[in-house]
Ligand binder design. Structure first.
Ligand code: ZN
Length: 149
């Protein structure tokens, strides 16, 4: 079970007690009525989706119910640090070693698996799916034309 440290309770608690609350450190513009539509869109809708270190808000919903911030690695899902709301964004070193190891390990296992498994199944599946997609989007004329050649 994933444990998350609540900076207010000062305990590692199960993930089920918490609720994700979006990206952290988004400052509301002071001159909201004067900003352009593009600036409002940027503030209100646009969020980061990084691969790696990410700063986000969490709420200890089934505990103290308070909001706090966390630095989390989105690749390993490891919480690097949690800290109280209102505190400055901590300087956290980006975790680079685990993603590199995973990237190196995946191609080796991916190469080994298809050789032992039936490669004919993998080759046959796209060929079966392709005519079905054309028939559903193209109608009967496209289907007849595709079958002749
Ligand atoms: Zn708490």
């Amino acid at each position: 079970m994933l444990l998350i440290r609540c900076p207010y309770c000062e305990e590692d608690r199960p993930e089920l007690e918490f609720r994700h609350a979006g990206q952290a450190h988004i400052a509301r513009p002071a001159n909201m009525a004067e900003i352009s539509d593009e600036e409002f869109e940027e503030y209100f809708f646009i969020r980061q989706n990084p691969k790696g270190l990410y700063f986000e808000r969490w709420r200890h919903i089934h505990g103290c119910a308070r909001f706090f911030n966390a630095a989390r690695d989105t690749v390993s899902d490891k919480f690097v640090k949690t800290y109280k709301a209102g505190e400055k964004k901590p300087s956290v070193a980006k975790p680079k070693a685990p993603p590199a190891k995973r990237a190196a390990a995946q191609p080796a296992s991916a190469k080994a698996a298809p050789k032992k498994a039936a490669p004919t199944k993998a080759a046959a599946k796209p060929a079966r799916k392709a005519p079905a997609k054309r028939a559903s989007t193209g109608g009967t004329k496209t289907r007849r034309g595709a079958n002749k050649p």
